[in-house]
Design a protein. Structure first.
Length: 226
């Protein structure tokens, strides 16, 4: 699936410079806090809006990044909006180019600086879960592999409805999630939640009987909890 690519454009003074955006992507459903760092971004006495500007060639839509705030002159924060709802999209199948504009409240500042960094609104994608089975007593360390599925501190995993995986660890570079299964039974859906988005793994995690072959006989371990 394609992503929404955005150029980050800052309407501020001429020496404004955006150096980093963390994270530099969000699911289309939004809900992910982002931090913009750089120099001369704003001053504490000013109010700002961080806006997503979408031009479809026939009309222009302005979408607010939620809870825009100034940390200091080098750092801004906000929470990504739900662009699917705002733009009345069912999903992100086509690339949509937008711009982010930082604007003073009550004053439109001329565009003096355009960042060469991109920000992406993208669908979540899980490729697999390893291992795919474990004992009903829980305690299995599983790894969820995928594309843009996690942001540290803002991602949860369930194995079955309401059955939260514990000790969730996100590798931002590799985009993998590690966590420890709780107790459960049967075939259960593995689901990742990030911001306002969620996605299910293509295969279930199976709780139950585990078998090991040895050279001389089959050892059968029942993992049921009394």
């Amino acid at each position: 699936e394609e992503s929404i690519a955005t150029d980050l454009t800052v309407c501020l003074q001429k020496n404004t410079e955006i150096q980093q955006i963390v994270p530099d992507w969000s699911p289309g459903e939004g809900g992910v806090p982002i931090t913009i760092t750089g120099k001369s971004l704003a001053v504490q006495t000013q109010d700002i809006n961080i806006l997503f500007i979408y031009d479809d060639g026939g009309s222009v839509s302005t979408i607010n990044c939620v809870n825009s705030r100034i940390v200091d002159s080098t750092q801004l924060e906000c929470t990504t909006p739900n662009v699917l709802t705002e733009l009345k999209l069912m999903s992100l199948h086509n690339a949509i180019s937008t711009n982010i504009t930082i604007q003073y409240v009550g004053k439109q500042v001329p565009n003096h600086n355009k960042s060469d960094k991109e920000f992406f609104f993208t669908p979540l994608d899980i490729s697999n879960v390893v291992p795919s089975k474990g004992p009903e007593s829980g305690g299995t360390i599983i790894r969820v592999n995928g594309t843009r599925i996690c942001v540290p501190g803002h991602t949860t995993v369930t194995v079955g409805d309401g059955n939260y995986c514990e000790n969730v660890s996100c590798n931002m570079a590799a985009q993998t999630l590690d966590c420890v299964t709780a107790t459960g039974a049967g075939n259960q859906t593995v689901k990742v939640y990030l911001g306002a988005a969620n996605i299910s793994a293509p295969q279930d995690f199976v709780y139950g009987l585990i078998r090991w072959w040895t050279r001389s006989h089959l050892i059968v371990l029942y993992s049921r909890v009394d």
